[in-house]
Design a binder for this molecule. Structure first.
Ligand SMILES: [Zn+2]
Length: 345
């Protein structure tokens, strides 16, 4: 089969088209003919070099959807021809954390397509347990814009930030995949949504998705604007993955008792904290990583009902994965970038 691969841990590494053996499946496993796969910052980080080793040559792609081509012995309830997505978070399913619905803390937790071979190929494989049926309500490309992205936003807002109806929430980088998901998830429970982006076009799109107030961070200090819009109170929750560039002003935007939840560090990983400001205002800062399987099922239920909608900015042919990654690196997208295998079968 054809795949887009890079071949060395510790990058930066060149992505290239390669001919690999089609995965062979064992008992309980499923071979999937990939129809689409979402792109994530994780894919860019993996290629730039990770602090741990991953299988080489590496096939990235954490949000694969497609059609089941073959099932291994012992697989029930799913067969050839079924439309499925691969759950992005893989865990042992029996440890203390897994049984307490805290899968991302499992010692064996892995991200599909990061720690395993992913969906940037003609075929990929997964445990049947990790294959979730999807309906024709959305196209494969649209479904591929959902799993990791919405799961991350859901886990941040509910599990960690305990978002409640009536809360004010600030979503940083509204044009990112997680940003477009967080706006919708926050609207779903009746929160008031503030969103930042760096262009007026993205701000308009954020408003169309449901943001009540938008701020162009290139033209205004967003913290000042948030404080003005909330009568100096600040917001209850900040959803954040930009990191160093916005850290200080994100904290400044919080109301007393506010919660900042972060899942990334795109602009840099090192930040500082004035503890006096932090404890006197009773702030909470929480890290968030992926989400649980039960949350994924909740997300998919809302997507199925069209209460949450995939936001696909652009679909690239998989052979143009490099260009797609550059497009993401330059932050040109609003929503998700999705790849579709374009090699003839
Ligand atoms: Zn576990």
């Amino acid at each position: 089969m054809k795949a887009m691969v890079f071949s060395r841990n510790g990058g930066p590494e060149v992505l290239e088209e390669a001919e690999l053996p089609t995965p062979t499946i064992g008992d309980g496993e499923v071979l999937l003919e990939v129809k689409a796969c979402g792109l994530n910052h994780l894919d860019l980080w993996a290629r730039a070099g990770l602090p741990f080793s991953i299988p080489m040559p590496h096939v990235g792609g954490c949000e694969a959807t497609g059609v089941v081509a073959e099932v291994g012995k012992g697989v029930t309830g799913i067969g050839p021809g079924a439309r499925v997505l691969i759950a992005p978070g893989l865990c042992c399913r029996h440890c203390w954390w897994c049984l307490h619905d805290e899968d991302p803390r499992c010692a064996e937790y892995r991200v599909a397509g990061l720690h395993t071979q992913g969906g940037f190929a003609e075929y990929t494989k997964a445990d049947a347990h990790d294959c979730i049926p999807i309906s024709p309500t959305w196209s494969f490309a649209e479904w591929s814009a959902v799993p990791l992205t919405f799961l991350t936003a859901w886990h941040m807002l509910f599990h960690h930030a305990r978002l409640a109806p009536g809360d004010d929430v600030l979503v940083q980088a509204a044009g990112s995949g997680v940003g477009t998901a967080a706006i919708q998830v926050a609207r779903l429970v009746g929160a008031r949504v503030f969103a930042t982006a760096g262009s007026d076009a993205k701000l308009r799109q954020a408003q169309e998705l449901g943001a009540h107030h938008v701020v162009n961070y290139r033209e205004q200090n967003f913290a000042d604007e948030i404080l003005r819009l909330t009568d100096r109170r600040g917001v209850d929750v900040v959803v954040e993955h930009v990191g160093a560039d916005v850290w200080r002003d994100s904290l400044k935007s919080l109301a007393k008792g506010g919660r900042l939840v972060t899942c990334g560090a795109t602009s840099g990983p090192e930040v500082s904290l004035d503890l006096r400001f932090f404890f006197t205002r009773e702030l909470t800062v929480t890290g968030s990583y992926m989400g649980t399987r039960s949350e994924l099922l909740e997300v998919l239920r809302h997507v199925e009902r069209r209460e949450l909608q995939p936001v696909v900015d652009r679909v690239f042919p998989l052979s143009e994965l490099r260009a797609a990654q550059e497009y993401m690196h330059d932050r040109r997208q609003f929503g998700k970038i999705v790849l579709e295998p374009d090699w003839s079968k």
